[in-house]
Write a protein that binds this ligand. Structure first.
Ligand SMILES: CC(C)(COP(=O)(O)OP(=O)(O)OC[C@H]1O[C@@H](n2cnc3c(N)ncnc32)[C@H](O)[C@@H]1OP(=O)(O)O)[C@@H](O)C(=O)NCCC(=O)NCCS
Length: 168
């Protein structure tokens, strides 16, 4: 669903309802177990932080959804269109989230990732996330069983050292 925006650089917009067709279109291509449209509607209704990255021609390039907690944030979804991966777009989106989370005074940004998602794990490692735990059987897998989730967190404030981030 094109959005008419004559700009030279991708722009960041909140996830409005009129972007949801494009969001779900990317989601079903990007994941074997995609979020449903209702999941995104619920996130918007809950007031979660949402960012959509939109190209100058109106094409949706990617999006993220994050939830605020007490002195922490939780990344719920970050996805880049399969047509635009490997261009630094997720890095760009996540920096925006990190800056926002930091500005709220929060101490940590948390996320879960499949151990098999090597690309995403490398991206998070580059951004400074530390793998600190495992949630057993968190995700469904293609064989009808469950896959564990790695739990990662990023320290947001200077007082929190890299050693703190990697506690066991
Ligand atoms: C994981 C995902 C979000 C990464 O998005 P992305 O935009 O491709 O990520 P980036 O481009 O920012 O970084 C990925 C790689 O591209 C490289 N890169 C950054 N800028 C680049 C550029 N201008 N040109 C080429 N490559 C670049 C990065 O160095 C990084 O390299 P690496 O693979 O060696 O780590 C994306 O692959 C995706 O949507 N996957 C499906 C959904 C998913 O798994 N989401 C995460 C769930 S936890």
């Amino acid at each position: 669903m094109p959005v008419d925006m004559p700009m030279s650089m991708p722009t960041l917009l909140p996830m409005a309802v009129q972007l949801l067709d494009a969001v779900v279109g990317i989601e079903v291509r990007a994941y074997p177990f995609p979020w449903s449209r209702a999941n995104f509607v619920d996130s918007i209704a809950a007031g979660h932080l949402t960012h959509c990255l939109v190209a100058p021609d109106g094409e949706l390039l990617g999006y993220q959804v994050a939830m605020a907690g007490f002195e922490e944030w939780h990344l719920l979804n970050v996805t880049i269109s399969p047509d635009h991966q490997g261009r630094g777009l997720a890095t760009q989106l996540l920096h925006r989230l990190i800056d926002h989370a930091r500005s709220t005074g929060a101490e940590w940004l948390w996320l879960e990732v499949r151990p098999s998602n090597v690309r995403a794990r490398r991206l998070y490692a580059h951004l400074g996330f530390a793998e600190i735990g495992v949630r057993r059987g968190y995700y469904p897998d293609a064989a009808g069983r469950r896959e564990d989730a790695l739990v990662l967190r990023l320290p947001l404030q200077p007082a929190v050292t890299a050693e703190d981030a990697a506690w066991t």
